[in-house]
Ligand binder design. Structure first.
Ligand SMILES: [Zn+2]
Length: 207
């Protein structure tokens, strides 16, 4: 039995999509994750999207305050090439606060507080969470986002999945997308998922 993930931000507003072409044109590098904020950009808390164990954390000079974790059990992936259930690696960047219970080896349950998103790191920009999910759990620190090693994140090959093929909207959550992000996201791929009854949830535009 695999676990149904939740959104790491309770009322999540997607601002940039996975492997988005306009993002690549604008930023000059590919986007191997999803960017999100709180709908009203006033609640910054981050929840563990599934039961997990901390692999690494701290301040990365490129990616800012970072938490890298591995699921402790199988997680449901409802869409895409990795559809099924498997263990996953979670990488979160640009955090403003890393929760004080976050230590290497510490275990968290789905929904537990991990910290707050922020704008730390070279590409932190406006406060947001950058989140990646990796289907290869053997090399948690290695991400295709980097072209060279940093102090925590390392440059690796692409075994990522679209986080929104895994993150789902539980009964206390809601899903939105930034109308101002224009073509930096594809609503059908980046802002559409399921709830915990496996019914489709399509994000609504907001600000
Ligand atoms: Zn990002």
């Amino acid at each position: 039995m695999s676990q149904l993930a939740i959104l790491p931000v309770r009322n999540a507003r997607i601002t940039a999509g996975y492997k988005n072409a306009a993002y690549f044109k604008g930023m000059g590098f590919h986007h191997f994750g999803i960017d999100m904020t709180d709908k009203d950009r006033i609640h910054f808390n981050l929840a563990a999207p599934f039961d997990l164990e901390i692999i690494a954390f701290g301040n990365d000079r490129l990616m800012g305050n970072t938490i890298i974790a591995r699921s402790t059990g199988l997680v449901d992936i409802h869409y895409g090439p990795k559809k099924g259930s498997q263990k996953l690696v979670l990488r979160m960047a640009h955090l403003g606060v890393i929760g004080n219970k976050v230590k290497v080896g510490a275990k968290f349950k789905r929904g537990d507080y991990l910290g707050q998103y922020g704008s730390t790191g070279k590409y932190g920009g406006a406060r947001h969470l950058h989140v990646e999910l990796d289907a290869d759990i053997r090399w948690p620190l290695y991400s295709p986002t980097l072209s060279g090693h940093s102090n925590i994140w390392k440059a690796g090959s692409d075994t990522t999945i679209n986080p929104m093929d895994c993150f789902k909207v539980d009964g206390h959550q809601s899903l939105w997308y930034s109308r101002n992000s224009g073509d930096w996201l594809d609503v059908s791929a980046d802002a559409t998922t399921l709830n915990h009854d496996r019914m489709a949830v399509i994000a609504k535009p907001y600000l």
